[in-house]
Structures are given as C-alpha cells and as structure tokens.
Ligand binder design. Structure first.
Ligand code: THF
Length: 323
C-alpha cells in the first residue's frame, strides 16, 4: 500500500484547497492512478485498521441490489446510515422512500439498470429481437403521430460481464457502469466508484480490472473502495475460473478532507506492513475445479465467506465522514 501513502503525499505537496457540497474543505488533485498486482497480495491499508467486515458487507449489499441502509447494516456495514438519513437535501427529495432509503444506488444499477426502448409499432422484427433479449412490452404510445411501443428490461450488467468472461474472454467490452444519468435526481449520492472494466487473459487465466472513481475521499473512501474492488475481482475470478492479477484504480477528484489531515499525517509516519492474503470460503464454488458456471453465487455469497489472512496493521484511526 505504498502507493496509497505516495498519493496522500502527492496531494499534500501539490493539491489545492476546494470548497464543496459538504461545507468541509478538501485538499484536492485532479486525476490520480494506482496499480496493484494482486498476485503479490491484497491491497488492504496497513497504516491503520481496515474495516474489513464493513467492506465485505457493503459488497454483498451491492451484489444484492440493495437500496436501503438497513440492508447494508444487516450485512455488517453502517457506512450508509448518514447518507440515507442525515443529508438535508436527500431528506427533502420526493424520490426518497422513507427511513434508510438511498434510492437506486450502486447495486441497483449493477444488477437492475433500468433499460427502455421506444420502437416504431410497425418494426415487428426489432420488437421481436428486443423481446428475445428479455425486454417486455410495457405500453403502446404515440410520438408525433407515429405509433410506437415502450419496452423495458432490468439489465443485470454484472451478470452479463461474467457471462462474457466465460463465453468471449477476448472481448474489450466487459464493463458495468454505475452512473445512470436518468436517476441522478433520485439517489442519495451519485455513484463515486462508477466504471468497472474486466480484462481477462484466457491464456494465463488471469483476470485484471480497471476501476474509475469520479471523486475519492483518501482518508475514508479510498481504502474501503480499493479493498472492495479487489474483493470483487477475487469473487468474479472464483466464479469464472480466473486468478486476480492487475487492479488499476483511476481517480477523478482525489482529495483529503480538512478534518482528516491528522489521520493521514499520522499514517505517513507509520511503516506499512506486508500485504495480507485474501480468502474466499470453499462454500463458494470454484469454476476452475468444478467446470460448472454458477453465477447465482453473486447473490448467495455472505460477508462471512470473505476473510484476510496474515493481516498486520497499525492502530485504528477514525475520523468523521463529511455528509
Ligand atoms: N462520503 C464521504 N465524505 N466519504 C466517503 O468515502 C464516502 N463513501 C461512501 C459514500 N459517501 C461518502 C460511504 N463509504 C467510511 C467508509 C466508507 C464510506 C463512508 C465512511 C468510514 O467511516 N470508515 C471508517 C469506519 C468504518 C466502519 O467502522 O464500518 C474507517 O475507519 O474505515 C465512499 O464510498
């Protein structure tokens, strides 16, 4: 995790102070990248304690398309409570369904991206093709006097990525997106980590992934999101018969909140420990051993299926999250 500490140092050396929605200033740099070789270990922060249980709880909630902070809590992750229940703008948003609701955040887009088509009613071949691909007819409508039909499909982007890793691993289109412009007005927080691309190497059976994060809080979010992305690579690798390899992590606005400066300065004084190993329990079927593709384990996996082995870390440090 030397790269994490180096990025913190870069922000301290070259960043500029910015105002933002939270009212707590950030020291920010525009654009950053880190690249981890997962063959050498798991990218867990060691200069403070990683909230690992919370990380894998959040991942399981995303995989189940959860939109309620209560579901995240039930899986061991409390980090969504404040965004669900303490942000004044969100509390007044008509799309908020009540206590704990977050709107159609991450997992809803990953697993149930709302896909619509408006087709001319006389384009029978197009309508049949769409229906063959899982779109259902919702309603007839008229646009500028032309008869049309509206079709809908909840697109399971993540499942489609796994299918493609299995069937067409040479594809350079194996990605899923969390940024849905049609729902930005209806979520507690627009996705921060938003574009995931898998790059399998069918020759070496290694799986790499690139992740783009539009805005990242180096103090709290980055260690969390890094661990979560790496855990996802391990899970997808297990279910498709690949070994996780390169994890490249791009950040748009890379920042440190003003009230996190002590936390990051303290971490810079600490000597990092070697990276731990990541384990997924044998309960989760290994495609490489069974030859059987079981993508339903994306939903069946539990936080307790994930663990770290040999995780040495410095004393925990916490700091408040800006809402
Ligand atoms: N808002 C802000 N300001 N920063 C973020 O990193 C962030 N997120 C998510 C949404 N909004 C955000 C929420 N994710 C922690 C970790 C991840 C978060 C939010 C907060 C956090 O406080 N971590 C502590 C304790 C965790 C625990 O005990 O469960 C830690 O020490 O890691 C970025 O995705």
């Amino acid at each position: 995790m030397q790269q994490y500490l180096e990025l913190i140092q870069t922000i301290i050396d070259t960043g500029s102070w910015q105002d933002n929605r939270t009212g707590i200033r950030t020291l920010s740099v525009p654009g950053a990248m880190m690249r981890f070789d997962l063959a050498k270990g798991f990218p867990a922060v060691t200069t403070k304690k990683l909230a690992f249980k919370s990380v894998v709880g959040e991942l399981c909630a995303f995989l189940r398309a959860s939109r309620s902070a209560a579901d995240f809590r039930a899986l061991g992750c409390k980090v969504w409570d404040q965004n669900a229940n303490e942000n004044k703008q969100w509390l007044e948003n008509p799309y908020r369904l009540g206590e704990d609701d977050l709107g159609p955040v991450y997992g809803v887009q990953w697993r149930q991206w709302p896909g619509y088509k408006v087709l001319d009613a006389d384009q029978a071949a197009q309508i049949a093709d769409a229906q063959k691909n899982g779109f259902t007819l919702v309603a007839p409508l008229e646009e500028d006097g032309v008869k049309k039909v509206l079709l809908y499909k909840a697109i399971d982007q993540l499942r489609e990525c796994l299918d493609t890793i299995i069937c067409n691993p040479g594809s350079r289109r194996i990605l899923f997106h969390g940024w849905n412009p049609a729902v930005l007005d209806a979520v507690a927080l627009p996705a921060c980590h938003l574009l995931y691309q898998f790059i399998p190497n069918p020759t070496t059976r290694e799986l790499s992934m690139c992740l783009y994060v539009r805005s990242n809080d180096l103090g709290l979010g980055t260690p969390f999101n890094l661990a979560e992305g790496a855990a996802l690579m391990h899970l997808v690798g297990r279910l498709t018969g690949y070994t996780p390899r390169w994890f490249t992590y791009f950040i748009g606005d890379a920042h440190i909140y003003e009230n996190h400066m002590d936390m990051v300065q303290e971490q810079l004084k600490r000597e990092p420990f070697p990276a731990p190993q990541f384990r997924i329990s044998d309960r989760v079927p290994d495609f490489a051993k069974t030859g059987k593709y079981q993508p339903e384990w994306l939903e069946l996996v539990e936080p307790s299926d994930f663990s770290l082995e040999g995780y040495e870390h410095h004393a925990p440090i916490t700091a408040p999250m800006a809402v």
